[in-house]
Design a protein around this ligand. Sequence first.
Ligand SMILES: [Zn+2]
Length: 194
Amino acid sequence: MAARKPKPADAIADLVESLLIELGEDPTRQGLKATPDRVARALRELTDGYGVRPEDVIADAIFDQDYDEMVVVKDITFFSLCEHHMLPFFGQVHVGYLPKGRVVGLSKIPRLIEVYAHRLQIQEQLTREIAEALNGALSPSGVGVVVEARHLCMEMRGVERPGGRMITSCMLGTFRRDPRTRSEFLDLVRPPTV
Ligand SMILES: [Zn+2]
């Protein structure tokens, strides 16, 4: 007789085991034995943004700088889970801001995005949270954030045509008020037309 397997350490693993049974699976079969633990570890990692304060992520990388031209960081890849189905949505974030005496180290922007993406999200909120975090930390003249993403909860379930992307944006300050600033930003992040 097989020894009774040790109790999983993470409560999520127990829940996944019940889920497997509910789905009609046998969690004791070879291929699934380690699955509850693996799923628990994966879910913990993909939601580790809950334990982090976004302002702490960038606090030590904000520098006083007399630079007042637009700073743009584009094509930052992110992966998140939608809060409606807990299925992946993923794509690119483009960020721009007009500094007013303060800039942030460029490597910190992807990290900031990850903190918000590693929570259950909807794309509109993710977009706004990134923009507001930069606005709060840098007090720039303006911030623009554009997010393009594919949503597996739509594509896998056949609601939408596979490959379709959803685009959201959040414009603050001069990016909202000044059409020229906004179009300069949008021109910079627009993919090259072929
Ligand atoms: Zn969804």
